[in-house]
Each structure stands twice: as C-alpha cells, then as structure tokens.
Design a protein around this ligand. Structure first.
Ligand SMILES: *[C@@H]1O[C@H](CO)[C@@H](O)[C@H](O)[C@H]1NC(C)=O
Ligand SMILES: *[C@@H]1O[C@H](CO)[C@@H](O)[C@H](O)[C@H]1NC(C)=O
Ligand SMILES: *[C@@H]1O[C@H](CO)[C@@H](O)[C@H](O)[C@H]1NC(C)=O
Length: 320
C-alpha cells in the first residue's frame, strides 16, 4: 500500500512536470492549437521529444556525443514534420562561368580564425520568422562580410530583396527553397540593397526594386568534398556560405555536431544554408538565422574534416 502510494505520487509529480514543461513551451513559443485533439497529439509528440532529448543528455554525459540538446520551438514536431520545413534541393550543376574558380593553395594557415572578432559579421542574429529562406540570409551575410573586408563598412543588407527579386528566374523560390549561389548570381547582375531600404517581411512578395545597391563581380564555388579548400577560403577570404542537411539542428543547444549525429553528407540531403564564420582545430562555427536564443547564441558548430552534414558539398563565397 505504502509503496503504491509513493509510486503514484512520483507518477503525479512526473506528470505535472511534463504538463508544466508543456505550458512553458507553449507560452515561450506562442503556440496555440486548433482543437483539443490537436493539442493532445502535439503534447504526445512533445513528450516523445522531451524523452529523446533526455536520452541524448545521457549519451552526452557518458561521452558518447559532443553536443547538447534542449527543448525549442520544434519540440511539438515529429522529425518528419521538422524535415518537411526544409525543402531545398540542390539546383543546377554549377556551369556558371563565374562560379568555377579554384581556391589558391595556401600553406601555414592559422590554426583558428574568427571573422566575428575581425568585425566582418554583424552582431545581429536574424530570425527567418517561419520563412524558409536560409539561403537569402546566408548570401546576405557573405556579401556583408566581403564589403566589410574590402571597404571597412559593415552594413546590413536585405534578405527580403533576394526573397522577392532573386526569384524563380534565378532558381530560387522565396521562403521555400533557393541557394546562396543563385543569390550571388542575382547580386552579380542586379545588386542588393540595404536592410534599411528593403525591410524584412518573412514572406515572398512582388519585387519592389531591382538594379541598385551593392553589386559583386561573381563568386567562387569551392570544389565539393574539398574541405582543405574550404579551410583556405575560411582562413584567407572570409565567411563562406554552405549548404547542409539541417536534421541535426532540430534540438541543438551547444557543442560540436559530429558525423555520427544523424545528419547526412550527400548532395540529395542538402536542405538548408548557413554561413561559416569561424573555425578552430576541431570545428567550423556557423551562423544560423533562427534568432539569438537558438543554439550557441544563434550559432552552431560542425566537426571538421568529415564533411559533417554535407558542409563541404556546396560552399561558395562572393567576390566583390
Ligand atoms: C557605410 O555604408 C552606409 C550604407 O551604404 C553609408 O551610409 C555610410 O556612409 C558608410 N560609412 C562609411 C564610414 O563609409
Ligand atoms: C522575377 O521577377 C522579375 C522582376 O520583378 C519579373 O519580371 C519576373 O517575371 C519574375 N520571374 C518569375 C519566374 O516569377
Ligand atoms: C561519416 O559517417 C558515415 C556513417 O554515418 C561514414 O560512412 C563516413 O565514412 C563518415 N565520414 C567520414 C569522413 O568520417
């Protein structure tokens, strides 16, 4: 009897904790559901995700993983639903004459570089606000950095300009899919204006202006699978836009995502873009566009030299 009482007390405490966590989650991310049935379904998924995160935490504590996880805005989604948010597929075969250059071979590279410390990366970590245009944020940050490196002036440029104007003609589809390389092609031809001139709306609309602002002369596409060239570019040129498989970012909180984290390293799984802003002996540091509260203050790290999440498959930087 006594045992039974204690057991049910523990159960009750456990249950209330989960409910409390659920309420906190809903409040934090402004979640509301159409029906009680829908909320029950979401709560069930949430509990499964909480358990998954707890199991991952055990692995981390046992030294079997190099990164940590936390509950975030994706905690009421299944993996399938999360992956469906990202529909980016590799587009084109890089036949563009402006994209085919080799990175010069450089020896004696620094063991670590951080373009944030050099002032080439805006302190603002942007948020896509539910629009899946990571490609536009990656491209914008890359051009901002080159402008800073060449001209010493860090000006926020407009991802919305790209979302609206670097459209299907350039192989991009607004909030659904696109690539930084396609965006560079657009910026080469038409330019990109500042954030001030063309504010963010988190949806695709009609192109408001075209053919002004900053132009680039082209871009350099780093040969796929060539992580040494990627390193040379990240050390000597500046931040590099990359495509990855985003599946390991779902509950990422901190640390280094490795080649065994579940993300895949093949072309057909690339579904997201970010930008390499730093590296050290073990990892790449990438800036994301999910706001400053996600991951390591908006950033995440990937293991180096294992093509983790496909980071070395589709990397490029703009040339002013
Ligand atoms: C930096 O760029 C902005 C926008 O293009 C411009 O208004 C400003 O004058 C520039 N500042 C410097 C120091 O060049
Ligand atoms: C892309 O935008 C341009 C300029 O607004 C427009 O003329 C063109 O029709 C658009 N192309 C597509 C495929 O939507
Ligand atoms: C990455 O992990 C996969 C298995 O998930 C393995 O097949 C592959 O060889 C690894 N790649 C490297 C470069 O370690």
């Amino acid at each position: 009897m006594r045992l039974f009482l204690i057991a049910s007390l523990i159960l009750a405490v456990g249950a209330s904790t989960e409910l409390e966590q659920w309420e906190t989650f809903k409040q934090t991310y402004g979640k509301s559901y159409k029906s009680i049935a829908e909320e029950e379904k979401r709560f069930t998924i949430f509990k499964e995700n909480v358990e998954h995160i707890a199991k991952h935490h055990e692995k981390y504590k046992n030294g079997e993983s190099t990164f940590t996880m936390e509950i975030n805005e994706f905690a009421d989604m299944t993996d399938g639903e999360y992956n469906a948010l990202f529909t980016f597929q590799p587009i084109g075969s890089f036949k563009d004459e402006y994209g085919l250059k080799n990175v010069a071979n450089v020896r004696n590279l620094p063991t670590s570089v951080d373009w944030r410390k050099k002032g080439a990366v805006s302190e603002l970590v942007r948020s896509t606000g539910g629009c899946g245009a990571s490609w536009a944020f990656s491209a914008t940050a890359a051009v901002e950095a080159q402008l800073y490196i060449k001209k010493g002036n860090l000006t926020l440029l407009s991802p919305q300009d790209l979302i609206d104007c670097a459209n299907a003609t350039f192989g991009n589809h607004g909030c659904y899919e696109g690539s930084a390389i396609n965006a560079f092609n657009y910026i080469r031809r038409f330019g990109i204006v500042s954030e001030k001139q063309y504010g963010y709306e988190a949806r695709q609309g009609a192109c408001r202006q075209r053919g002004v602002g900053v132009r680039i002369s082209g871009f350099t596409k780093i040969p796929s699978y060539d992580e040494q060239s990627l390193l040379i570019a990240a050390a000597t040129i500046g931040p590099v836009s990359v495509a990855i498989d985003a599946s390991s970012l779902k509950f990422y909180r901190s640390g280094i995502i490795d080649n065994y984290s579940g993300c895949r390293s093949e072309f057909r799984y690339l579904n997201f873009e970010a930008i390499i802003v730093a590296y050290d002996a073990d990892s790449w540091t990438l800036k994301n566009c999910w706001g400053p509260y996600w991951g390591e203050n908006g950033y995440f790290r990937l293991q180096r030299n294992t093509n983790t999440c496909g980071v070395a498959l589709r990397a490029a930087y703009p040339v002013l």
